[in-house]
Design a binder for this molecule. Structure first.
Ligand SMILES: [Zn+2]
Length: 283
């Protein structure tokens, strides 16, 4: 009787466990060992469906016991390696991830005329850059649009933005984007002392990107103080060829038309109302 043999083995195993427990436990506790496990051998067998005929399990589930028993009589194919498929990459929902609301984020108010402007000329290379910060939904929309058109961007987020969304830098890097320095709190660096400029750049994002973009594009030229201090951190100033004015409400269609006509580095913002649509129109 195969099942009987298994039942006997379980009973022996139970007895052995009780004996070991009695050996390891001190006297008074060992005296209660027969009930210390909280179950009797019969109920222990009943938790193995189909193995113990006439057990509690059989009395509770008489219609199933025979079928389960015959199933367990067959050899189990447990020598076949498991085929575990690689997990599919999960899209990150930015708004579901933790945020640090104690850090205020700089987001400029749109007051300038919402007209994109550009340097003359044309470049075959089109680089989309995104400055400052935005709400989690705005950031998600920008990243989704970039993914839809298979583009990567340069993200000049402030140190405040990084601290506000502690997951942001890693998430952008994982999506293949570059995350670059835009100072910590977005001041006009021309008005600051050298020590304050150093603090602002030093507390900005350092995520492997070689570029630094001065807030408002305000600097004192390639040989000036700001560029020299940025160079201390190994950073090169990078401005833009096309100012999309997305932060001032420029329509997506005119942003896209000018960006495609001029090319080069396009200045966009994570908080721009029409930015996600403009990305999709640029294509
Ligand atoms: Zn900015």
């Amino acid at each position: 009787m195969r099942r009987g043999g298994i039942s006997n083995s379980l009973a022996w195993a139970g007895a052995l466990a009780l004996a070991l427990f009695s050996l390891s436990a001190p006297g008074p506790r060992a005296a209660a060992a027969g009930t210390a496990f909280g179950f009797t051998p019969d109920t222990a067998q009943a938790s193995w469906p189909g193995l113990a005929r006439g057990s509690t399990f059989d009395r509770q589930w008489p219609p199933n016991s025979a079928r389960l028993a015959s199933r367990l009589d067959r050899p189990l194919p447990n020598n076949i390696p498991m085929q575990i498929p690689a997990p599919a990459p999960m899209p990150v929902l930015y708004r579901l991830l933790p945020q640090n609301d104690s850090v205020a984020v700089f987001i400029p108010a749109g007051r300038a005329a919402p007209v994109p402007n550009a340097l003359p000329g044309h470049s075959e290379v089109l680089t989309l850059s995104f400055d400052d910060c935005g709400s989690a939904d705005q950031i998600q929309a920008v990243v989704d649009s970039l993914a839809a058109v298979h583009r990567h961007g340069l993200f000049f987020i402030t140190g405040q933005c990084r601290d506000h969304f502690p997951w942001l830098v890693d998430t952008l890097l994982a999506a293949g984007h570059q995350v670059c320095n835009h100072t910590y709190s977005h001041p006009d660096l021309r008005r600051l002392s050298a020590a304050a400029i150093r603090w602002e750049i030093g507390h900005g994002v350092m995520a492997g990107c070689p570029y630094f973009r001065p807030p408002f594009g305000a600097w004192d030229g390639p040989r000036g103080r700001i560029a020299r201090i940025a160079a201390e951190y190994g950073l090169v100033p990078l401005l833009w060829d096309v100012d999309s004015r997305d932060w001032a409400g420029a329509p997506a269609a005119s942003i896209a038309t000018l960006a495609r006509a001029r090319g080069g580095v396009i200045l966009l913002h994570l908080h721009g109302a029409s930015t996600p649509e403009a990305i999709r129109l640029i294509g």
